[in-house]
Design a binder for this molecule. Structure first.
Ligand code: MN
Length: 333
């Protein structure tokens, strides 16, 4: 169950119901995310696997991390590795992750916190559970989303934003049946704290069993719904979706999601991530940890990394330093 919850949804601001004539977004596809391992071996679901990048634009890649209950000694992270050409958004629903980068950014994110890292022209970073969590084990659940940058921003200065759980805008649906956490961008004029180079909206919704939500959604954004936990349906056609499935919506001004009346899994509600953004509409050349426009730029990124131009690993106890390597798992081509 997500760490950020509200006892009484009825006290929250309510998102206005879209006007009845608002064009409903149809469901184009529903795909199931394959399971894999990331970094040094933590379980992920590759949320966008098998979906055409043009449908995802401006998003590139998303991993759901966990949900997993670790035994003592089990929690794992990533080694030091580089990025260039995009932004990563890491949101911890439950548990704790530690981040450190070559640009001086870093910190602990836990239970509803988000960190936003603009890799821009180049950065090295490490993402790992803190020592206490490795020792104790425990619940670990979150996601990491990759947001593309347009060609003119790819080589921008790296930037790090820490967003605490308390800064997230909490809203409810017109009938109080859903908790809507606006992490970035805006929903019906309510703004979340994340500042993005590419305009996006990122909402983590918990929909009570039997409840339905119809939300206004900017017509110039794309729209995706990824089920983190539970079961329900998407669209007015009520297409069934469950944990680990991604719905791609077509054009329109409103989108509908509903939770099943009875959950048959461990989750007490439907937890769905709703995300959309302004498409960049440029060629994408993505490989491993780099997302560029052309193959030549990818080759240059690897060369620059090998020459140490993407930054250097900050001084720290040698026992914590792991030889750097590109993510073996981030095979987004
Ligand atoms: Mn990374």
């Amino acid at each position: 169950m997500p760490a950020v919850t509200v006892d009484n949804l009825l006290v929250l601001p309510r998102v206005a119901e879209p006007v009845p004539t608002a064009e409903e977004r149809p469901v184009r596809t529903v795909t199931t995310a394959p399971s894999a391992y990331e970094g040094e071996g933590f379980p992920v679901r590759r949320a966008f696997a098998g979906v055409d990048l043009r449908q995802l634009d401006p998003f590139i890649h998303m991993d759901q991390m966990g949900e997993v209950e670790y035994a003592p000694g089990e929690p794992k992270g990533t080694p030091w590795h580089p990025h260039r050409g995009f932004e990563t958004v890491t949101y911890m629903i439950d548990g704790t992750f530690r981040h450190q980068d070559s640009n001086g950014g870093g910190g602990l994110i836990t239970n509803g916190d988000t960190q936003w890292m603009t890799a821009g022209g180049g950065i090295l970073h490490i993402e790992e559970p803190p020592e206490e969590l490795v020792a104790s084990g425990g619940l670990f659940h979150g996601f990491q989303l990759w947001v593309n940058l347009p060609a003119r921003m790819k080589m921008t200065q790296p930037r790090y934003q820490d967003i605490r759980a308390g800064q997230v805008a909490l809203l409810t649906s017109p009938d109080g049946g859903a908790l809507l956490r606006v992490i970035a961008g805006e929903l019906d004029g309510y703004s979340g704290p994340g500042v993005t180079h590419t305009p996006i909206t990122l909402v983590h919704a918990t929909v009570s069993p039997g409840a339905q939500v119809r939300l206004p959604w900017r017509a110039d954004f794309n729209a995706l719904g990824y089920v983190l936990a539970g079961a329900g349906s998407v669209g007015t056609e009520r297409r069934p979706v469950k944990t680990g499935q991604l719905a791609v919506f077509g054009h329109g001004e409103a989108l509908t999601v509903a939770a099943d009346a009875k959950m048959d899994g461990p989750s007490p509600a439907l937890d769905i991530l709703l995300l959309g953004g302004e498409p960049i509409r440029e060629p994408v050349a993505a490989y491993g940890p780099f997302v560029m426009n052309t193959r030549a730029e990818l080759v240059k990124a690897f060369e620059d990394y090998q020459k140490g131009r993407l930054g250097s690993i900050p001084a720290q106890p040698a026992s914590e330093v792991v030889p750097d390597a590109p993510h073996p798992g981030h095979d987004v081509l």
